[in-house]
Design a protein around this ligand. Structure first.
Ligand code: SF4
Length: 69
């Protein structure tokens, strides 16, 4: 399963079965990642550059992104 969250410039892809719940995403961008809410990702709360930097620090590969066409 892949969940998608877009800010209009990029789409964040999250694969829950790969997530090891390290919490890196929440620590780096607490305004974007809210594990207890649905949807738990609010990509409009950070810049695209901030989102990409954070996604590159996800240790499990659960988070990735693609440019919105
Ligand atoms: S950084 Fe990646 S592995 Fe860690 S909690 Fe976030 S999505 Fe899951």
């Amino acid at each position: 399963m892949t969940k998608e969250y877009s800010n209009g410039e990029i789409t964040i892809l999250w694969k829950p079965e790969l997530c090891i719940h390290s919490g890196n995403c929440v620590r780096l961008l607490p305004q974007v990642y809210h594990p207890k809410e649905h949807p738990w990702v609010s990509p409009q709360n950070a810049s695209t550059a901030e989102l990409i930097h954070q996604i590159n620090h996800c240790p499990s590969g659960a988070l990735s992104y693609r440019e919105t066409e």
